[in-house]
Design a protein around this ligand. Structure first.
Ligand code: CA
Length: 230
């Protein structure tokens, strides 16, 4: 996965029950040179995921049957950090927050323009393929070891599965250790201009990092500002 960028062909799993949207995504992804696989329900999506190990998953949140989009996400995240873009309806705010907590990398609200979605696809693939800062660095805090080359975080002997967005966040914080950063600076710096989001997104991801990395992470909440690492 190391060399992916927006122009490298990627295997993309699309889990979407609306055939019109699925066909449209199929067409746009092919035009961009990617290899899409389509699933119209969650079970099938998980099967294809196991068969194809895609580079990216585009996941509709509202799927028929017993395995909805959030459940697919939960199962994928139990052993994979594949980038996930979630498709949501306009009033799915709660589901979006749950999605971020489950490790979704980005979301697109329906109705969306295919062009917008393809922009997100490109950005997410680029993020997942490139370390955002000096790739040679390894940083340690107590039991936590953050390896910029391998984009890998370990706590003790255990590798921690981080979503692409979570790694981008921790690496941005590492890069600005000692500085109090506003949520806006973190949004812009860690995730870039392609990210249009709510500042609470930062809090959700910080909560995730704290939960996953545990007590050795010297990440403080700075009242009235945002966060500071170290
Ligand atoms: Ca649907």
């Amino acid at each position: 996965m190391g060399e992916l960028d927006g122009t490298t062909p990627a295997v993309v799993l699309v889990v979407e029950d609306d055939p019109n949207i699925a066909d449209l995504l199929d067409m746009y992804l092919r035009q961009a040179g990617h290899r899409p696989y389509l699933a119209s329900d969650g079970d099938r999506g998980l099967e294809i995921f196991a068969e194809r190990t895609p580079d990216l998953v585009i996941l509709d949140i509202g799927l028929p049957g017993r395995v909805d989009g959030l459940e697919v996400c939960r199962r994928l995240r139990s052993d994979s950090d594949v980038p996930i873009i979630m498709l949501t309806a306009r009033d799915d705010e709660v589901d979006r927050v749950v999605g971020f907590e489950l490790g979704v990398d980005d979301y697109v609200t329906k109705p969306f323009s295919p062009r917008e979605l393809m922009g997100r696809v490109k950005a997410v693939l680029r993020r997942s393929g490139n370390a955002p800062a000096d790739p040679g660095r390894v940083v340690a805090f107590g039991q936590i070891r953050i390896d910029g080359t391998r984009r890998e975080v370990t706590v003790g002997a255990e590798v921690v599965a981080l979503a692409a967005r979570e790694f981008a966040l921790i690496w941005f914080l590492v890069d600005h250790a000692g500085q109090a950063l506003t949520r806006r600076q973190i949004l812009d710096g860690a995730w870039g201009d392609d990210w249009i989001g709510d500042e609470r997104t930062v809090d959700v991801h910080v909560r995730q990092l704290r939960r996953k990395l545990g007590g050795d992470l010297p990440l403080e909440t700075v009242r009235g500002t945002g966060y500071r690492l170290g």
